[in-house]
Design a protein around this ligand. Structure first.
Ligand code: FAD
Ligand code: FES
Length: 259
């Protein structure tokens, strides 16, 4: 059952020019990595629609979200201060299913790095020591300190920042999949990255699990704005499945990406 109501803001930390980390008081909930909350961003009519934000980390009594300032909704959330209250609905969506996974690989890109923090944490908690994590950024990385508390096996790519693998995280992914056998790649990132990761994993015979951050409107399964084309194995046609209800995590080999 999802919680609907106000949660207290415990902290709002600037991570870099674009990203801030919002820490809320926790409520009674079993949160799966990959699930999200729908945030009310204003007490007035505009912006009317809630904004979906993935859970980045669950700690004692706290839920942490990493949020990139995009437009009005996320800008309003960035103004929240400790002691304020924010109205949320969550946790929502299906989240990652780690059942039966023996050797997981965690991949994050851009703001999609955020939900992979909790994915890595939950994998470690369930007995996976030194989970391998691949992270990709356009500029200077963020959140590395969080991953370093979870695992020592981290590889980082950046398109522009010095001191890391130069280029895309997908190049690291190809190298890593060539060097060892993994039975599940868990990933979140921009659409183009997800598409590339799904293709690489398919070519190498590894199952990928994609957290799709599609545009949403109602967030409750009613408007069909957030649908993805999903073609299940053995079925002759695709179905339009809702990211907010049946997702946001879908098997990479079942997602039909638009050209
Ligand atoms: C399941 C899920 C998890 C997400 N997790 C995170 C996260 O952890 N951190 C983070 O920074 N962002 C996350 N996003 C993206 C975030 O929801 C959008 O950046 C945000 O809604 C933009 O709102 P805005 O008012 O600032 O921007 P505007 O561009 O003004 O938004 C206008 C409208 O478009 C929708 N919209 C725009 N971009 C997106 C988008 N990428 N995804 C969904 N709706 C969008 C908004 O909800 C709103 O209805 C997630 C999206 C989804 C679907
Ligand atoms: S956002 Fe309306 S159905 Fe998913």
């Amino acid at each position: 059952m999802s919680f609907v109501g106000n949660l207290e803001v415990l902290k709002n930390e600037v991570i870099n020019e674009e990203v801030f980390a919002l820490t809320l008081e926790a409520h009674e909930a079993d949160i799966k990595a990959g699930q999200f909350y729908n945030f009310k961003t204003s007490d007035i009519v505009y912006p009317l629609l809630r904004r979906p934000i993935s859970v980045a980390l669950v700690e004692d009594g706290k839920i942490i979200f990493y949020i990139q300032k995009k437009g009005t909704g996320t800008q309003l959330l960035s103004n929240l201060k400790a002691g304020d209250e924010v109205n949320v609905i969550g946790p929502l969506g299906n989240g990652f299913d780690f059942t039966g996974i023996k050797k997981p690989l965690v991949v994050g890109g851009g703001i999609g790095v955020a939900p992979m923090m909790e994915a890595a944490r939950q994998l470690k908690e369930s007995g996976h020591e030194a989970v391998k994590v691949l992270l990709g950024y356009r500029e200077e990385p963020y959140g590395i300190d969080v991953f370093e508390k979870i695992t020592s096996d981290i590889a980082i790519a950046s398109e522009r920042a010095e001191g890391y693998h130069k280029g895309y995280v997908t190049a690291l992914l190809e190298e890593v999949l060539d060097a060892a056998v993994y039975d599940g790649v868990f990933v979140c990132g921009p659409h183009v990255m997800l598409k590339a990761v799904a293709a690489i994993c398919k070519a190498k015979g590894v199952k990928s699990h994609l957290l799709m951050e599609e545009k949403m409107a109602c967030g409750i399964g009613a408007c069909l704005v957030c649908t993805c084309k999903i073609q299940k194995e053995g079925e002759s046609d695709f179905k339009n499945l809702r990211t907010c209800k049946e997702g946001p995590v879908f098997p990479g080999e079942e997602v039909l990406f638009d050209e």
